[in-house]
Design a protein around this ligand. Structure first.
Ligand SMILES: [Zn+2]
Length: 367
């Protein structure tokens, strides 16, 4: 039964290839996001709901409410492996917010006993681990989109798999942040899958300043002379973007599009309303899971179109990874340490209704 279920999901995933990242985040509380959804056209508010979603000005809200973050000292996330044999009066009091298990899996810590830590697994189960490296003082969570054998994300014409590309870029971003003394944690450190709700909960539990979900887009849109990067941000209300998410998104858009534009001989793909924008379900709420679930400031970045042969060739290069990682870290650095507002804001939200996907998740070994 389980095998038949997996086979069905694989078929659905293959059918869903054509839409790939168009339904990023999926809006699914529990399941992998976009490979199991069916095709849906990109529509804009101008097409469908002009009267219900008033136009708003992101620049106004960000410039008046954004505050510079210059006081908190950045610290590294790693400390010594905890001693696990000391009896505690209050088991909760000595538990870190998160830890990296002996197999390298970052997890939130829900509590501890005399000998073990109770953790939330990538598939949203609870498990006990005997030790790990504490996560303390993280300021940023990087989320490599997709994961596992079913949720591959987009697949380029050169065979490059989005699940793997996102992980490669995320690792480079984490290295770049570490070199700047900005402590950051990844939601996924290998090819395994993890639920959107678990990814978001890790960021929430750690209380970080920013969550950035890393993606590459499909299907190919119109050919363009400039990069078609898209950054999706959180809503404050149906009519207003959340100011901190918008500023983070604007800085990422600004730095990433400027950096990608330096590559010569790339034929880009771009949607008509590419930029920094909200994607709302037809009921007026944020559509994507990685935008809905986080309580911390969060954005989802589509760097470019993996479905576009010219861009896919670029994404396979080490130089792309280096340039994209540096641009991303530049934006995060600016978000944490300046009051720059960012650019590229698209006022009208895009309307998109992701279909709820069946969940598939298999926990990796924790130790
Ligand atoms: Zn994706």
């Amino acid at each position: 039964m389980k095998l038949r279920y997996r086979a069905l999901l694989l078929v659905v995933a293959l059918v869903g290839f054509a839409v790939a990242c168009a339904s990023e985040g999926g809006g699914d509380e529990l399941g992998p996001d976009d490979t199991t959804t069916t095709a849906a056209p990109r529509t804009t508010v101008a097409d469908t709901t002009t009267t219900t979603v008033p136009e708003t000005t992101v620049a106004d809200t960000t410039t008046t409410t954004a505050a510079p973050r210059t006081t908190a000292a950045d610290t590294t996330t790693t400390t010594s492996v905890p001693e696990d044999s000391t009896p505690q009066e209050d088991p909760q009091s000595s538990a870190p917010a998160g830890l990296v298990t002996p197999t390298g899996i970052p997890v939130a810590v829900l509590g501890r006993s005399e000998t073990d830590y109770l953790v939330r697994t990538p598939c949203g189960n609870t498990a006990e681990v005997s030790k790990g490296v504490f996560i303390n003082g993280a300021r940023v969570v990087i989320d490599p989109g997709h994961g596992g054998p079913v949720d591959t994300g987009a697949i380029g014409p050169n065979g490059l798999i989005e699940r793997d590309l996102n992980l490669t870029l995320s690792r480079a971003i984490l290295d770049e942040l570490a070199s700047r003394g900005i402590s950051a944690v990844s939601t996924r450190t290998g090819g395994y899958g993890t639920l959107l709700s678990v990814r978001a909960a890790l960021a929430n539990d750690l209380g970080v300043d920013a969550l950035i979900s890393i993606h590459h887009n499909a299907p190919t849109w119109a050919i363009s002379r400039s990069p078609g990067s898209e950054v999706f941000i959180q809503s404050e209300s149906i009519s207003l973007p959340r100011a901190d998410s918008a500023r983070l998104g604007g800085l990422l858009y600004e730095e990433i599009t400027a950096a990608l534009a330096t590559f010569d001989n790339v034929t880009w793909s771009k949607a008509a309303n590419a930029g920094v924008l909200r994607v709302l379900s037809s009921n007026g709420t944020d559509a994507y899971g990685m935008i809905v679930h986080p309580t911390v400031p969060a954005v989802l970045v589509e760097y470019g179109y993996l479905s576009n042969p010219s861009e896919a060739a670029l994404f396979a290069t080490d130089e792309y990874i280096r340039v994209a990682a540096t641009a991303t870290a530049d934006a995060i650095d600016a978000y944490l340490h300046t009051d720059r507002p960012g650019t590229g804001f698209i006022q009208r939200p895009r309307i998109f209704d992701p279909q709820r996907a069946p969940s598939f998740c298999e926990d990796p070994p924790l130790e």
